[in-house]
Design a protein around this ligand. Structure first.
Ligand code: HEM
Length: 359
């Protein structure tokens, strides 16, 4: 009951928040640093060879089938409520047998993180608008291997045409967090999709993992989205899930004692020991400098170095409940960035709201 109320309270705070159009922060787009070519993401399709036929689809199939809308497609209206609920059940089912929680979280994050609060016009402002389904954006170096996540959820999109890509990406991410043992996120739905690859943002809006000044860089990127220091730290806690693979991002070890046997495709370097469990171990492990087999990117390390970030990191390392509360709120905010809700912004459906409050 307490957690239901907490979720409802968080939901109402987020629902009440208006999307700020005021802009005091400096517009500072990141320089593109394509350290890897897209060939890595195509190569990475090979790693999934022992997964289902779904993941075995070749990249050529993906692009030539037009499934990911490489050409202009009709405008997608906002999502159907019942189909959203069924799609969520299908995602849960999928996650029972596959271990794709981390990459689904990354998919939702990378669709939303392109948001620029200094641009008012939709879709030029970027954000959660489904543009990441287009080849041109998937080819951005920072999106290496996210085509695997698209391959995974495209059949769900096909089954539920009344759910937009923009909603499906965010639904998959929030469901993955919850299914990994994380917090319930007060999501709302009704995002409209962009319909043309020309509406994708330019490359270079995503954060880099090893910039010269990690704290300044994180603030440049997250402030551009209208987020604050607390949200930077809370959202970084998503790295409690997943692994980094050198052949994708250039970061991490090829394998460690925690990843050499999977689950899922072996290899990569995780931030935490149990990298399919959402908890506060990311903060605990960075603080303890626990093990060389665990990854700490420069942008992770700075969360315990910069005084403002450190206050939140210390708190989250100590107190998982506070981390969960702040994470849920920040994740919901992130998932709405730049989104155009149909019929009107802030009228998006919270598909859980009635049951949350009643239970
Ligand atoms: C703060 C700036 C951030 C940087 C510089 C960053 C960078 C990275 C890098 C380099 C990887 C490894 C990718 C690969 O090799 O496959 C990664 C993975 C990941 N990131 Fe981030 N990230 C940031 C923030 C976030 C946020 C805010 C979220 C979610 C809310 C997130 C979720 C993830 C997840 C779940 C993975 C694991 C993916 C997998 O295992 O397939 N990241 N990130």
């Amino acid at each position: 009951m307490a957690s239901s109320l907490r979720t409802a309270a968080v939901a109402s705070r987020i629902f009440a928040a208006s999307s700020s159009s005021s802009s005091t922060a400096r517009l500072s787009l990141l320089r593109s640093s394509p350290s890897l070519s897209f060939s890595y993401s195509l190569k990475s399709l090979a790693f999934s060879s022992h997964f289902s036929a779904l993941q075995r689809r070749s990249s050529d199939d993906v692009w030539s089938s037009g499934r990911f809308c490489t050409a202009a497609s009709p405008r997608c209206a906002a999502s159907d409520r019942d189909q959203l609920k069924s799609a969520r059940e299908d995602i849960k089912e999928l996650l029972k047998s596959k271990f794709f929680h981390p990459i689904l979280v990354r998919l939702g994050w990378h669709d939303a993180v392109t948001y620029n609060k200094n641009i008012e016009a939709w879709p030029q402002r970027g954000g959660a608008n489904g543009s990441l389904r287009f080849e041109v954006e998937l080819k951005h170096a920072a999106n290496a291997a996210l085509v695997n996540a698209l391959n995974l959820i495209q059949p769900i999109k096909d089954k539920y045409p009344g759910v937009t890509y923009a909603d499906l990406f965010q639904l998959a991410s929030a469901t993955a967090i919850e299914e990994a043992g994380g917090t319930k996120i007060p999501m709302k739905y009704g995002r409209v999709d962009v319909s043309d690859p020309n509406e994708c943002p330019e490359e270079g809006r995503l954060p880099a993992a090893g910039p010269p000044s990690p704290a300044d860089h994180l603030r440049e990127v997250f402030y551009r989205m209208g987020l604050n220091d607390k949200e930077i730290v809370a959202l970084s806690g998503a790295h409690t899930l997943g692994r980094s693979r050198p052949e994708r991002s250039g970061w991490g070890k090829p394998e460690t004692k925690y990843t050499k046997d999977g689950p899922g495709a072996p290899g990569g370097q995780s931030w935490t020991v149990q990298w399919l469990k959402f908890d506060n171990s990311y903060f605990k492990d960075i603080k303890a400098k626990r093990d060389e087999d665990l990854l700490v990117l420069p942008t992770d390390a700075v969360l315990f170095e910069d005084p403002s970030f450190k206050a939140y990191s210390e708190k989250y390392a100590e107190d998982e409940e506070t981390f969960f509360t702040d994470y849920a709120e920040a994740h919901a905010t992130l998932s709405n960035l730049g989104a155009k809700f149909d019929p009107r912004e802030l009228l998006g459906e919270i598909i859980d709201a009635p049951t949350q409050v009643a239970s």
